[in-house]
Design a protein around this ligand. Structure first.
Ligand code: SF4
Length: 373
């Protein structure tokens, strides 16, 4: 509908200046659309005081609102979506660095995710780092104290709105952490995922959090974008979580549920949780009876030992039991460690070793298994 020259003109207009209102509402300012020096990986830690926002003449944070946001949005939807998904490379900076920290935000952060096949906007409902698991491979740094205990929904809404606008307008793709990937990768929001520094189902109002995300996606014209819950499954039986899952079902929801073990003993070894294993299994079954779920399983070595074949058989039996009980498993994501963990004795499988595990799961369950070495 729009010719090439018109697209160029739109881009020129959209790139002149932006009005900015900081997510915390501290003020307005006019800012150049392109930062002079990189932000992203190089960004200072939260609370360092060096992120200046909201004052005329200062710069660092990207722009919250664009005067030309409507032009940016038009451009974002003008045929940039690739017909074939772009392969995600392990070496891209935003794939290597999955920090759940972005600018001075508290709840919302962008990652390029292999499992999402592109840009996933994370919503961290646990900046306090609360989790009912203590996985040996957990990357959350619990040596430094967490942030807010409360989930401030108004702030979640503001941060999410801002980051979506920023991604759609191409601003995210210009940041140092994202600029080695093709620009369209960070302009297409593949999903919004409840994930983060702990277990999302531990919040008391999960259903309301889902409502907020769905509302922002609607407002941004992204009603077809998936809402994903990445969970350890311990809280899937809570009433507010069940309500939230029903809401997600109405918004292309997907549950990606962790299962790393086949026996209680191995579960205690790798997930180190006080939640009973049979509760986890019961929650997986009940949830999978209502909608198809994705099983996410991390396979690793502990003290140089990979999961035994008996344990892997038991794990496959658990998957079969869910299906025999009337649950639907869409697929299994089999992955291994991608980044260093605090426990030096927890180490990754090679791609070949992970492939052998995935092949056993396929053979014993008939499920589709995606490998993420
Ligand atoms: S469930 Fe996730 S956040 Fe919790 S300990 Fe395990 S890896 Fe860490």
């Amino acid at each position: 509908m729009f010719s090439g020259w018109f697209r160029v003109v739109l881009r020129c207009f959209a790139g002149v200046t932006h009005w900015q209102l900081h997510p915390n509402g501290t003020g307005w300012g006019i800012f150049p659309s392109q930062p002079k020096d990189p932000i992203g990986d190089d960004h200072p830690p939260i609370g360092s005081g060096s992120l200046r926002t909201g004052k005329l003449g200062t710069r660092s944070a990207p722009q919250k609102f664009s005067r030309f946001a409507f032009l940016d949005s038009m451009i974002a939807h003008m045929g940039d979506s690739p017909a074939v998904p772009i392969p995600i490379r392990n070496t891209w900076k935003a794939v290597v660095d999955h920090a759940r920290r972005y600018q001075d935000f508290t709840y919302v952060y962008p990652v390029i995710s292999r499992r999402s096949r592109g840009l996933s906007i994370g919503v961290n409902l646990n900046p306090d780092k609360q989790c009912n698991f203590d996985c040996v491979y957990c990357e959350v740094d619990r040596n430094t104290p967490g942030k807010a205990r409360e989930v401030r929904l108004d702030q979640v809404r503001d941060e999410l709105r801002w980051l979506i606008d920023h991604a759609l307008s191409g601003g995210l793709g210009r940041e140092a952490k994202f600029n080695d990937a093709p620009p369209e990768v960070s302009r297409i929001v593949r999903d919004v995922a409840f994930s983060g520094d702990g277990e999302p189902t531990m919040v008391s109002n999960f259903d309301v959090c889902v409502e907020v995300v769905a509302e922002v996606l609607r407002e941004k014209g992204l009603s077809d974008t998936k809402i994903v819950l990445i969970t350890d499954s311990a809280g899937l039986d809570k009433a507010s979580v069940r309500r939230g899952l029903s809401l997600m079902d109405a918004h292309h929801g997907e549950v990606w549920a962790k299962l790393d073990a086949g026996t209680e003993e191995y579960y205690r070894h790798v997930n180190r949780s006080s939640v009973r294993f049979d509760r986890i299994l019961g929650n997986l079954l009940e949830t999978a009876r209502v909608r198809p779920i994705v099983i996410q399983s991390l396979f690793l070595k502990t003290h140089s030992q990979a999961m035994s074949s008996m344990e892997l058989d038991a794990y496959c039996r658990r998957l079969n039991q869910i299906r025999d009980g009337g649950g639907t498993l869409r697929e299994v994501h089999a992955y291994t460690l991608a980044r260093p963990t605090p426990e030096a004795w927890a180490t990754r499988l090679s791609a070949k070793e992970l492939s052998a595990v995935a092949e056993t799961i396929r053979a014993q369950t008939g499920l589709r298994v995606e490998e993420f070495p």
